[in-house]
Design a binder for this molecule. Structure first.
Ligand code: FDA
Length: 307
């Protein structure tokens, strides 16, 4: 892994860095580029605009590594309120939610996280929308897939995220390429040791394409989460090779990243879903975005220097 990337990801867990960044005057401008706001109302406004532009969205209430039951309950209630609002606004056919199991209690107790995720899925099902479980650090992959399996007994549409940087993912993809499955394939955003993860970008990309082929050959609904122009071009070719019709797979990108490309793909008839984070706990999310791209770090440092 690139040393700068490792350094930023390490800083993401450091409280002093967190305080420094949170109070720096230039921070707000950077946060606003990647985060849709702090409240449910902000989130609904942002996705309403995306839908008006012909895009789809998935909303993520920011927060992770919850070690307090009350905080997990707060996260669940925020999702329930959000799902109500999406239905009231007539957005639930184009907007779903993404959930980090660590935000609803995975670090506290797996059963609590399952019960909480169950409540969110039940509400989503009533609104006619779907839920995708985000994938976090590699130590949580087994538990996340276990809970996914439990949830899919009741709601086969609950989606999973698989990370192509993990060596295990080729097997996980094979297990999840069946009927009704919804798999969001991404490269992976966390620090992971060489024993479990590919370290070279080229290997991560090869793994991505191997997994994408497996998903396209399968019977599920693949969701290709990447901004990488080269991968997007190759995916377009593979989709045609497998005879996949538009609407039987989708592209996904992050809020604030390559918005022109999101609209270009949508204008060609592709389903494009934008991952829209909102909430007060933006620090970990922002650090992962900075680690991905040195240009983002430059933008951030310039904003901080302007104080
Ligand atoms: P990469 O970061 O290698 O970038 C490749 C190229 O894309 C760059 O060279 C550039 O051309 C372009 N690009 C990338 N970022 C850009 C930017 N900011 N501006 C302009 N161009 C840019 N991760 C995870 O571990 N668990 C998860 O649950 C999720 N969920 C998720 C959902 C969705 C919808 C997306 C899009 C991504 C995630 N991720 C994730 C993050 C993912 O793992 C990955 O870190 C980022 O998507 C960045 O990887 P890329 O595939 O974009 O390639």
């Amino acid at each position: 892994m690139n040393p700068l990337r490792s350094m930023i990801l390490a800083a993401a867990g450091n409280d002093t860095v967190r305080r420094l960044v949170a109070t720096a005057p230039g921070t707000r401008a950077v946060v606003d580029r990647f985060v849709a706001g702090e409240t449910v109302a902000d989130a609904v406004t942002a996705v309403g605009r995306l839908v008006d532009d012909g895009l789809f969205a998935t909303l993520d209430h920011l927060g992770e590594h919850t070690v307090d039951e009350a905080q997990a309950e707060h996260a669940v209630r925020t999702y329930l309120g959000l799902l109500d609002r999406l239905q009231e606004e007539g957005l639930s056919s184009r907007v779903e939610v993404s959930v980090k199991l660590s935000a609803v209690g995975l670090k506290l107790d797996e059963k609590l996280a399952l019960d909480n995720a169950f409540r969110i899925c039940a509400a989503a099902g009533q609104c006619g929308t779907t839920v995708t479980l985000d994938m976090e650090e590699h130590e949580t992959t087994d538990a996340t897939l276990r809970l996914l399996g439990e949830l899919r007994h009741t709601w086969p549409w609950v989606g999973a995220v698989l990370q192509s940087y993990l060596r295990r993912t080729e097997d996980d993809v094979a297990a999840l390429a069946g009927p009704d499955s919804r798999v969001r394939l991404c490269k992976g955003a966390y620090a992971a040791p060489a024993a479990v993860a590919y370290r070279r970008g080229h290997d991560v990309d090869l793994s991505y394409l191997w997994c994408a082929n497996r998903l396209l050959a399968g019977e599920g609904y693949p969701m290709f989460a990447t901004h990488d122009p080269r991968l997007i071009r190759i995916l377009g070719e593979r989709v045609r090779w497998y005879g996949r019709k538009q609407g039987s797979y989708e592209y996904q990108m992050l809020y604030g990243v390559r918005p022109a490309e999101q609209r270009r793909l949508a204008s060609e008839g592709e389903t494009v879903r934008v991952y829209v984070p909102f909430g007060e706990q933006w620090f970990g999310y922002l650090m992962r975005r900075l680690a991905e791209r040195p240009a983002n770090l430059g933008f951030f440092l310039r904003a901080l220097a302007s104080r």
